[in-house]
Design a protein around this ligand. Sequence first.
Ligand code: PRP
Length: 218
Amino acid sequence: MEYITFALAKGRMAKKTLEIFEQIGITCEEMKDEKTRKLIFTNEELKLRFFLAKANDVPTYVEYGAADIGIVGKDTILEEGRRLYEVVDLGIGKCRMCVCGPESAREVLTHHELIRVATKYPNIAKDYFYNRKHQTVEIIKLNGSIELAPIVGLSEVIVDIVETGSTLRENGLTVLEEICPLSARMVVNQVSMKMEQERIQKIIVALREATRIEGRIV
Ligand code: PRP
């Protein structure tokens, strides 16, 4: 039997993902050791392998088949635009992709003015403004603390993730438009889906069931 390899996005979501995996009998004891410097972990009994990667790289590993399955946020899936199958919404890491800014910027969004939009997600921003709103904008790519941009005058608005909304509130900004809801998704390599159909399908069914039950409790 071949290994099935999982790429998990590093960080908060990886921990929650492993908890859901445990519920469906997919365990990996060596991965729980937070001090370990190991990069790849195996469950020999189930012939499974796991590794943690930067979220942006997860779709790349999956598209090229270096991982059969990936667990990653919908934001990253949309931004990377890789060829893969998105099969399960795990219902964790729920947040929203939004256009945000000071209340005073609401006006410029309705007038189709040429405004500057700062974001870590240029593809999502481009798609939203060009294809959905038909508004020409200048998109400025930043790598973090996006909320700074309208405060210091780099851009009129930002496209960013909003979870609790407290970063916006504490900086005098607000949600101006909602682009889409986000959460963690399971993605599958297109060839693996055919070659390992039975084993992967079992995981999909179990995960769907586990997240459905989880959803009911929440
Ligand atoms: C994300 C996002 C917002 C913040 C939203 O940033 O970019 O800044 O979380 O969360 P909230 O609505 O609960 O305040 P992250 O912490 O990932 O860091 P970053 O600024 O480096 O992107």
